[in-house]
Write a protein that binds this ligand. Sequence first.
Ligand SMILES: Nc1ncnc2c1ncn2[C@@H]1O[C@H](COP(=O)(O)OP(=O)(O)O)[C@@H](O)[C@H]1O
Ligand SMILES: [Mg+2]
Length: 352
Amino acid sequence: MRRIAVLNQKGGVGKTTSTVNVAAALARQGKRTLVIDLDPQAHATLHLGLMPGRSGPSMYESLTDNLPLEKIKKTVAPNLDVCGSHIDLAAAEVELISMVGREMILRDLMAPEIKNYDYVLMDCPPSLSVLTLNALCGAGEVLIPLQAHFLALHGLSKLLETIHLVSKRVNRELKVAGVVVCMYESGTRLGTEVVEDLDTFFDKRRNNTAPWADAKVFKSKIRRNIRLAEAPSFGQSIFDYSPTSRGAEDYASLCLELVGLQVPEREEIATPDDPPLIIKTEPDEDSVPVAKTTQKPESVKQPEQLPIVSRPAPAPMVYQRPDIAQVVPKPHVMAPKPAPAERETSWTFVTE
Ligand SMILES: Nc1ncnc2c1ncn2[C@@H]1O[C@H](COP(=O)(O)OP(=O)(O)O)[C@@H](O)[C@H]1O
Ligand SMILES: [Mg+2]
């Protein structure tokens, strides 16, 4: 059984979306898969179509009362079970604090399930808390979702340090499987630069004994796709909600890579689903005139269906790549995306 903690202490980077959709993809491949929702926000539980609290006991009861996972898990699709969360789980943090061996509770709870599953995916909260430590002690691997933006690497060192400590002190098996880039803006220079920075980051820190010695930046990047953002409110994975979307394509590809299969090559193009950010990478000497920042870099292909609506541009945002990547920081200027005209923006009523 592969036990994968999906972890990044930052919120909103794609942990829950990746947990749910990778799990759904694995289940569709015939792998017996269990999702353990360790986030009190219970987003994975909701995303998989369960109402937190209404479907019986949850991870809170398991962790605090030692209730076997068997008693709380629910089957939500063929080959796909979930141990749900509930806001009560936030209290477990406090209740567990005085307990001896509190980081090992989940590992012990998972032991009887080893024979029942091929994959267990743990959706972690956006913190390095007792719940996260339980995931790290119970996991064999860590999958790190990371949002492709200019502060992408910020916090990665801290995360790796925690993983290193856990691997040294309590879980020697623990390895970093890799980083998956989420909300990737295909066809933009920023997206490419984030991936380059990640490669540099890992290459500079590789040593044979580190848990990230074999970590990779997954070739399958998860492009920004509105269907992925819509699916949770329908309680469905992307494969049920929009099987032909780019989100489904990307997560199916990531699943193949995770199980060690060949991923089909694909052309990287900007698409109407993924309107590119308009970025200017070279800084101007003085202040940057707004008009200049709205020029498209040549590498960005602008989709024909999305004419740029002319409107007064707000002041540009000036930022730098994080020095954590130890590359010469290049100042960037980013202007907001052009407003997509004639595009469905109300996701509540979207039909495909
Ligand atoms: N590739 C994507 N394209 C568009 N929206 C996404 C994508 N991945 C995640 N989202 C949306 O971004 C938000 C944060 O993602 P989520 O997976 O909940 O992050 P986390 O679990 O790290 O907090 C959610 O609303 C989710 O639907
Ligand atoms: Mg989440």
